[in-house]
Design a protein around this ligand. Structure first.
Ligand code: ZN
Length: 175
């Protein structure tokens, strides 16, 4: 039952992504690609001081990557950079399959992605937007300026586990 509700939530965010479209004057913009799946996401944040005032994205990809970034942008608005990084840590725990994180209310709709933790190849899809967020926060902290047009390959950040064969892992989620 919960599984089908979660699946519906993922599909809903995929079909009607929240906060999709370019931000007019982003403080920071980071593009990320997941060559494994062909997902591409550009995350744009408007930041005032330490607070994220707006978060939008453009891109294309599978249902997992787009639902994840759609849900992420919903939760980011109004959060401080530290709170955003805390949320990222909570989401990473969910992707590691940690029991506690499935009940983590701070994650909201993002908890619907818990099933991805059992699909190693799709974890990269789910984390695409979060890696962009991580880079964006680092860029702001480093320079106080945006990094317009930076393209970062997700593959270089988190290689697949040794001996992992993606062909052995058939997709069992839509998209
Ligand atoms: Zn994907």
């Amino acid at each position: 039952m919960l599984e089908s509700i979660y699946k519906e939530l993922i599909l809903d965010h995929y079909r009607k992504p929240r906060n999709k479209g370019a931000l007019e004057a982003p403080t920071v913009s980071v593009s990320m690609r997941n060559p494994m799946c062909g997902d591409e996401v550009e995350l744009m944040l408007a930041v005032e001081g330490e607070r994220i005032t707006d978060a939008r994205f453009t891109g294309q990809g599978c249902s997992i990557s787009l639902a994840s970034v759609s849900m992420m942008t919903e939760t980011l608005k109004g959060k401080t950079l530290d709170e955003a990084l805390d949320l990222e840590r909570r989401f990473l725990a969910l992707m590691r399959g940690e029991e506690e994180s499935r009940k983590d209310r701070a994650l909201g709709d993002l908890r619907s992605l818990e099933g991805v933790s059992k699909l190693p190849v799709r974890i990269k899809c789910a984390l695409l937007g979060w890696n962009a967020l991580d880079e964006a926060v680092q860029a702001i902290r480093k320079s106080g300026r945006g990094v317009m047009g930076a393209t970062l390959e997700f593959e270089e950040r988190t290689p697949l586990p040794e001996g992992f064969d993606p062909d052995e892992h058939k997709e069992d989620l839509p998209g």
